[in-house]
Design a protein around this ligand. Structure first.
Ligand code: ADP
Length: 373
């Protein structure tokens, strides 16, 4: 019978150790009677916490106060508590802490404390809040400009056809900007909500994708008299991925190089290096570049380099954030470096995926007629 009890207890402990939540049981003097493995990981404990005071283990006065409150009131208490870097080496952590008397024991002498790591949820909420705030701000500016011109037209400018034409031209430009912001936001939301794995979309040639993008940008390349080279020439660079995403990546990077540089004769290079399991792709230009102070932020949503802002409407500040998201969803990485006036380079590492297997699957499914299945 005893053996059975010990066995049961062992099984219970193993199960509690497998949980992601940190679980503690304390007595009415806030001394720890039980702690699962997650507690030791969360507080980076080197010693067994059992038998020690909760404050000594968690080193956080708010958690301690919350536990004492439950012990005193014998009522459940829940609070969101931030652990500062002093309590952990690995940065800020937001915990949802719940303490309550363990039911079923006379006199409420045992108390259960559950600490749930809510950092990811809180961070995601913050990113969303920032996104909505930035998006509203970015949309409000062109909208109020358009409204201002409508007001001017209503107040009489419409009678002056030359003036009215000029105003309509400005309004069109700001209308286009709103459309572009909305389009970029929809692309980001598509990437975020995409239930499908882009690496499973199919196999295609990255180089031909780059060539297509160069062709689409031909009018802008002509206008800027820019030179674009893609190397090595005519060697397919097959990858498992979603071509729609890669179109966006090449388009945004090459268009950025062209539109950020007002001077003519810009040199833009797109190069592919086969590195066995992945491709190293470099997109570089010899234009104005990105100041060192701005480099760490350029992949953030709506971030634009102040110095580059001009009266002429340029980008939305979402292009590079789309690039980063699209590359990371393929398991790749992107890094930027810049020596203004010399070279600004975006280096991408993109895993090829299981190209051979995917090609085989595609060929097989093409070969098999539908009726034969
Ligand atoms: P935008 O829509 O404004 O182009 P991005 O997210 O694509 O936004 O880029 C963020 C900022 O990074 C741009 O506003 C620009 O200042 C800078 N940037 C990106 N690529 C280049 C480049 N090739 N040369 C100079 N500046 C660049």
């Amino acid at each position: 019978m005893t053996l059975l009890f010990e066995e049961n207890q062992g099984i219970l402990e193993i199960m509690l150790d497998g949980l992601a939540d940190s679980i503690l049981v304390v007595d009415s003097s806030a001394s720890i009677l039980f702690a699962n493995k997650a507690v030791k990981d969360l507080f980076e404990l080197t010693r067994d916490p059992v038998g020690r005071d909760i404050l000594e283990v968690v080193r956080n006065h708010r958690i301690h106060k919350l536990v004492l409150e439950t012990i005193e009131s014998k009522k459940p208490v829940t609070e969101e508590i931030e652990l500062t870097s002093g309590q952990r080496d690995t940065g800020q952590v937001v915990l949802s802490v719940n303490a309550e008397p363990l039911p079923g024991f006379v006199g409420d002498k045992y108390f259960r404390v559950i600490l749930r790591d809510d950092t990811h949820r809180v961070e995601t909420e913050q990113v969303r809040r920032d996104f909505v705030a930035n998006a509203s701000h970015e949309l409000r500016t062109p909208l109020s400009i358009i409204n201002g011109y409508i007001e001017n037209l209503r107040e009489g400018a419409v009678e002056d056809s030359e003036l009215a034409h000029r105003f309509l031209g400005i309004m069109k430009k700001h209308g286009d900007r709103i459309a572009r912001i909305v389009e970029d936001m929809l692309t980001i939301s598509k990437f975020e909500s995409a239930a499908h794995d882009p690496t499973k979309a199919g196999v295609f040639d990255l180089q031909s994708c780059a060539h297509d993008v160069v062709e689409r940008l031909h009018p802008l390349i002509e206008e800027k008299q820019a030179n674009i080279t893609v190397t090595p020439e005519n060697r397919p660079s097959l990858i498992c991925g979603d071509r729609f995403y890669w179109d966006q990546i090449f388009f945004n990077l090459v268009e950025n190089a062209l539109k950020q540089n007002v001077r003519t004769g810009l040199n833009v290079k797109i190069s592919f290096h086969d590195q066995d399991t992945h491709f190293r792709i470099c997109i570089s230009d010899d234009g104005v570049g990105i100041p060192m102070a701005d480099l760490p932020f350029i992949f953030k949503r709506f971030y634009r380099v102040e110095k580059h802002h001009s009266k002429e409407i340029k980008g939305t500040g979402l292009g590079l954030s789309i690039v980063k998201r699209a590359i990371e969803s393929h398991g790749g990485t992107v890094e930027a470096s810049s020596t203004p006036g010399k070279e600004t380079a975006f280096v991408i590492h993109a895993p090829k995926g299981d190209v051979e297997h995917a090609v085989l699957m595609e060929t097989e499914s093409e070969e098999q007629p539908f009726e034969a299945r």
